[in-house]
Each structure stands twice: as C-alpha cells, then as structure tokens.
Design a binder for this molecule. Structure first.
Ligand SMILES: [Zn+2]
Ligand SMILES: [Zn+2]
Length: 333
C-alpha cells in the first residue's frame, strides 16, 4: 500500500528505517527523566527526532485531581523548556513541541480553542477517562485493575461489553470533534483485559466498532479535509515498555483495519523514561508489516497550521532494532 503524502521524501529500499519518538513524557508530568536527558538519549539511539507530549493540564478544565498531568501553572514553563531544547539541539536532533490531550466529554478535548494559541507542533488525542452515566465517578481505563473493576461494577453493572462500548463511544466522539494530529493508543481499553476477561475485542461488537473508527479516519484522509481532521494513528509500544501488555496499541487486527482504510501510522514509544525512547520498535515494525503496511511516517513539523509528514519505507532487511543505532543520513541520502 502506498500513501501519497505531499512533501514526503523519496523512498530507498536499502536505507535502514529512520525512527523518531514523538510520544514522550518527562518530569513535567509523569516521566522519570528531564527534557535534556531525553534529547541526549534520543541522539545516542540514532533517532532522527524527538517530540515531547506532556499530559495536558486537566485540573482547571475538569476539576479532576491528578498527579500524572502537567500542572496548569507550569504550562508556559514546559513550552519554554521544549523550545529551549530545540535551540540547543538544532542541527543535531529535531525537537518538537506537543501535548497529549485527554478527551473528557463536555469538559475538555483536543479541539478546545485554547490549544491553537500555544504554537504547538502537534497534538496527540487520547481517551484515558470514562465518564459513566447516572453520576457515577469518572475513572481511567488504564489505571490499576482495581480502579477499572470498581468502575465496571459501579457504573456498568459488571457488563464488560458496555464498558468497552463506552470507550469506543468516547474515542469516536473525540475523532468527530477533531483538532489533533495523532490518535493516541487506540485500543487502550485492552490494558486491563488480559485473557479477554472483561470484554471480547474480536466479538461482533468490537469488530464493528473498530471498523467504524478505522473507516472514519480513512474517510477524513480521503476527503482531504481540515489539517487536524487528517489523523495519523500511532503504533504505541508503551504497554510493552512498561510490561503491561504483550503487544502494541493497537493490536494487529485493529492496525489491519487502519491499513485497509489508508490511515498513515507512526511508531511511538509513549516513553516515560529516556531508555524507552525506542523501546520495542522492532515489534512495532513487525506489527505494521503483519498488518499490511509497507510504510510508516515521521513527523516533520508544522507549516501553515498543517502537520507535515515524511514517509519511511519499512525495509525488509531491517531486523528488530539492529539499525536503530545507524547514524541518520549515513546511507544513500
Ligand atoms: Zn496516554
Ligand atoms: Zn502518553
């Protein structure tokens, strides 16, 4: 399958795959390492670029208490710190400024107007929270198994398919409202579903919902609509990096649906420490190939409010992370 992406680079079948890492958390939110450490490690690992995507502040907009989001009063400091890193690393490593924005129905989402004024390079849109009906307590789907089970019991009467349905509803609503560039960990709901103990992702309902989501993203690309309605899906290795799940977000069957609908895919690590910036990228590449992709994309900045992407051929001679340490540009380019 070949995408046409304006401004993309020529493909070379013999070059090693270039990788980037644009889903990155630092000490500004719930990451372990600071911005400079991440930049240095990204360069050492041979990544062509790094993007920072702090969890966007949530307290002022939602009233939720959180120790894993950037604080509202540190947003400007965060933006300044990433911009300063961009200047320091100019010519050696591309540094991008982003945010991972929660979609919380009725309270906040990546389409909120205030994000447009921040001069960000990109936004990742993610659903972590479910807001149950009938006034039950909001809860996160990727927190502890106990938190999910409490939510399942209290808000959905123990009906796992209803809980999964609520997650897909939120994801679809976020996609409809748009405003972001990368769809974060599309099937995060599976994190606490080992052995399909809560819901069956391969059941009729799961297949229908994931198919609808992939078609919606594909249709937006085909229609060539507004820049932030053309959403790239990430192949996120964060669950593997933190040993929470055994595969990527999304799993190969869901990824296959994105591929069939011509949705570009970018490999990301959802790194919460510098060491994980390229963690399990070999598996992500294998997952893309197994899903039918022959290319991935790299983020290349923003111009005229439009995200720029470069495509990158997934060469067949690249095995796992063997080429990650290859200095960028050392092949034919
Ligand atoms: Zn996330
Ligand atoms: Zn994240």
């Amino acid at each position: 399958m070949v995408f046409f992406i304006p401004g993309s680079v020529n493909l070379c079948y013999y070059c090693p795959v270039n990788y980037s890492s644009i889903h990155t958390h630092t000490t500004f939110c719930d990451g372990k390492d600071d911005i400079e450490t991440c930049c240095r490690r990204a360069r050492e690992k041979g990544l062509v670029s790094i993007g920072f995507s702090a969890h966007a502040p949530i307290g002022r907009k939602t009233g939720f208490k959180s120790d894993w989001h950037l604080r509202d009063d540190r947003l400007e400091e965060y933006i300044g710190a990433v911009r300063a890193a961009r200047s320091r690393w100019e010519g050696r490593l591309q540094v991008f400024l982003g945010l991972e924005v929660d979609y919380v129905p009725g309270l906040m989402g990546p389409s909120d107007a205030d994000y447009r004024d921040l001069g960000l390079d990109y936004l990742i849109g993610s659903v972590h929270y479910l807001i149950p009906p009938r006034g039950a307590e909001p809860f996160t789907v990727d927190g502890s198994p106990e938190e999910l089970e409490k939510g399942l019991r209290e808000a959905y009467g123990g009906d796992g398919e209803a809980l999964a349905g609520a997650y897909w509803d939120a994801l679809e609503a976020m996609i409809r409202s748009g405003g972001f560039d990368v769809l974060g960990h599309a099937d995060l709901i599976k994190k606490n579903n080992r052995g399909n103990r809560i819901f069956n992702p391969s059941g009729a309902a799961g297949l229908r919902r994931t198919g609808e989501i992939a078609r919606a993203l594909g249709a937006a690309h085909a229609a060539g609509g507004a820049a932030r309605s053309r959403i790239t899906v990430e192949v996120n290795t964060g669950g593997l990096n933190r040993k929470k799940i055994d595969d990527t977000y999304p799993s190969i069957p869901f990824l296959r649906l994105f591929c069939e609908n011509h949705v570009p895919a970018i490999i990301t690590a959802d790194a919460h420490q510098a060491e994980d910036l390229d963690g399990h990228y070999g598996e992500a590449r294998e997952a893309l190939l197994a899903a039918g992709y022959t290319e991935t994309v790299l983020f290349d900045g923003r111009k005229n409010n439009k995200a720029l992407w470069k495509k990158e051929f997934l060469t067949t001679n690249d095995t796992n992370q063997a080429n990650i340490g290859f200095p960028p540009g050392s092949c034919c380019s």
